[in-house]
Design a binder for this molecule. Sequence first.
Ligand SMILES: [Zn+2]
Length: 372
Amino acid sequence: MAFDCYCAICGVGFSGMRIGTPSDATPERRRQYVERISRPVNGTTTTDTAPQDKEEPIRSYDPNLVTQDNVAWTSQVHCLGMQDDAKGTSRAFLSGPGYYADAGELAVKVGQAARRTYFNCYGFGTNDVPGPVMPFHWCCFEILLRTLTGTTDPKNVNLEALYEAMSSHCNWSGSALRLSYGEDVIRAQGQYWQSLPGAEYTVRNPSTANITETLKTTLQTNAKLRTSPTDITLDTREPRNPFSALPTELVHQICSLLPGESLKSLTQASLYINLITRDDYFWKRFIASDMPWLEEGEAEVLRKRVVDDESSAESASASESPINYQRVYQWLDRVTKPAFGMDDELFMAVANRRRIWGVCEVLAGAYRAQCA
Ligand SMILES: [Zn+2]
């Protein structure tokens, strides 16, 4: 078994976050390292340093991108376990806060107990708690609760079913669940957590970022989001395809079920789909279904016409083009995509929230199967 265990939900560690100092000599080497890994070599990326780099590999985050304050959230741990009571009945329990001790062991408070209890993460349990316990950061658990119940109140979730759902992804000897935490996290899950430069976004607190104000400002000021769709010269082409036999509303519904990348391909391949997905109503609904990880306030800015209304009331430029929500979707999808080497302070934490939401959706599928 590895010596470190990782959050069952986000895959990130609870200790060992190393941040470079602004004065050390490595920022330039770090930049070169990030650039080298970002650039594919023969179609694949390399995780090792290049042969000519004889110096020690860099194992610390860029101090310009993360501070100790930014990573403080990673050190507090909670867990979900299954306890046998006096009658031999199993009951799931949610622990209070604690810390990661070492070698797969957690020290957390349970119930009203004054002292902390020690549990083995993922491994074989004890007499009272016969199975593995699932360790996590509370903010990750809140994201999971949102995907399961639409709220962040643990009272709304069936803990037994959730425990079973998480256990179904447990491999009993691992240091995290068997889930797609993303390449940048999997690579850092060594025997100990590795603070790999370029993956700073994975340790930014997913619950502190709020881009509501940025969204408002961007919608009001970014002229690129107000450009109309490219005109298509029909010539001899006829926008007909099997979809055109269906009512538009139905085709909209089918399109809204597609992942963003697939819809992009479909609008490029089909002139008919391209034409009927040009209205803002469709794109606003698509943003809502494709970006469920947006916080309520953020989603509201995109859903309502607040920005349009404000700008038409306040600004005199009535000739300004309206917001094109397809462009808004494309922009937001790009800036919030979890990506190695990302360095936009504001969007790093949102990208992390989006990454974790993806993991939670997999757990939500297993949870619903358990509840059924
Ligand atoms: Zn986590």
